[in-house]
Design a protein around this ligand. Structure first.
Ligand SMILES: [Zn+2]
Length: 112
C-alpha cells in the first residue's frame, strides 16, 4: 500500500509546519490530490487516522480536494479533462501530454 509512505511524508510536513509556526496543533488540513496521481484519498486518510494518536494533528479535520486530470493534444492543439487510463486523444488518437492531475500537496494548513 503506497499510501502509507505518502501519509508519512504528509504527516512529517504537518509536524514541521506546526513547529515552524510555534503552533500547538493543526486544526484543519486541506489536501489536494490529482485524479491521475494513483493515490486513493480514502486510503491516505485511513493511514493518517491510524497514526495520528498523540500527534499535533490528532484532532485535525482532514479535507480532500480532488482535481481532474488534464491532457493536451499537440495535433489538435486542445486541452481537455482525462481519466486515469486515457493516454490518447479522442479525436486523432495522438499521445496526450499530461498537464495536470498528478499533484499531491497540502493546500491549506490551519494551525493553532
Ligand atoms: Zn488530437
Amino acid at each position: 500500500m503506497h499510501e502509507m509512505s505518502i501519509a508519512e511524508s504528509v504527516m512529517s510536513i504537518i509536524d514541521e509546519e506546526v513547529a515552524k509556526n510555534n503552533g500547538k496543533r493543526a486544526v484543519r488540513v486541506l489536501l489536494v490530490i490529482g485524479k491521475l496521481s494513483t493515490i486513493v484519498p480514502e486510503s491516505l486518510i485511513f493511514c493518517i487516522n491510524a497514526n495520528k494518536e498523540g500527534t499535533v494533528f490528532q484532532d485535525a479535520e482532514f479535507a480532500i480536494e480532488e482535481i481532474p486530470g488534464k491532457g493536451y493534444c499537440k495535433e489538435c492543439d486542445k486541452e481537455y479533462e482525462v481519466g486515469p487510463h486515457q493516454f490518447f486523444c479522442e479525436v486523432c488518437e495522438n499521445v496526450l501530454e499530461v498537464r495536470g492531475g498528478t499533484e499531491l500537496l497540502i493546500k491549506e494548513l490551519e494551525i493553532e
